[in-house]
Design a protein. Structure first.
Length: 180
C-alpha cells in the first residue's frame, strides 16, 4: 500500500477517468446543499455537473453497494430519515442505476479485507474504508468525498493510485438539481 501526499486538485485533471463517488457526494446532491465548495460553486452545482458529464458519456461513476444503506441518515449522524425521504432516496438511486454511466460495485471479501487494512492504517471509519478499498480495487483515479472526518484523515492523499479529494467540476452550464 502506498500513501503519497497530493495537492488538490493540481494532480488530477477534469474530466476524471474513472471516479469513485462516496455516499457523502450523493447526500449533498439529494439534499441540494448550497454551501460553498470548490471554485465558488455550491455542492449541488458540482454534483449536478459531475453527474451530467457522466450521463453525457465523459466517464462512468462508480460507487459501492454500501452507499444505498449509508445514505439513510442524510440529515446528520443521529437523525433518521422520514419515510418520504427514504422513498426519495430509493427513487433517486433507482433512476440513476438504470443507466450505464453509474456502476454499483458489490463489496467482496477482497474489498472487505483491504478495507480492514485501510481502517487500521489510517484510523478511518469502517464504511469509509470500504469505500476506499472499493475505489482502489476497481482502479479508480479519484475518490470524490465530502465527509469531513475522512478528508481530515486523508486530505488530498494518493492511496494505492486513488486520489482522495473533495469533488470539483470544470463545466460551464449547470443542470437542475435532484430537488428541482
Amino acid at each position: 500500500m502506498t500513501n503519497k501526499p497530493g495537492l488538490f486538485p493540481d494532480r488530477v485533471t477534469y474530466p476524471f477517468k474513472k471516479p469513485y463517488v462516496d455516499s457523502s457526494v450523493f447526500v449533498a446532491h439529494i439534499k441540494g446543499e448550497i454551501n460553498p465548495a470548490a471554485k465558488n460553486m455550491t455542492r449541488v452545482q458540482i454534483t449536478t455537473g459531475v453527474m451530467g458529464d457522466a450521463e453525457d458519456g465523459k466517464f462512468s461513476i462508480i460507487t459501492s453497494s454500501s452507499t444505498l444503506a449509508e445514505v439513510r441518515r442524510i440529515k446528520d449522524r443521529t437523525e433518521q430519515l422520514t419515510p418520504d425521504e427514504v422513498i426519495k432516496i430509493k427513487e433517486f438511486f433507482g433512476r440513476f442505476l438504470q443507466h450505464e454511466w453509474i456502476f454499483l460495485a458489490d463489496v467482496t471479501r477482497q474489498i472487505g479485507e483491504l478495507a480492514q487494512d485501510y481502517g487500521r492504517l489510517w484510523d478511518i471509519a469502517p464504511i469509509d474504508s470500504i469505500h476506499l478499498a472499493t475505489a482502489v480495487t476497481l482502479k479508480c483515479d479519484v475518490m470524490l468525498v465530502w465527509d469531513k472526518k475522512f478528508t481530515r484523515a486523508l486530505p488530498g492523499d494518493v492511496i494505492d493510485g486513488v486520489h482522495v479529494m473533495e469533488p470539483f467540476w470544470e463545466g460551464l452550464e449547470l443542470m437542475p438539481s435532484a430537488g428541482t
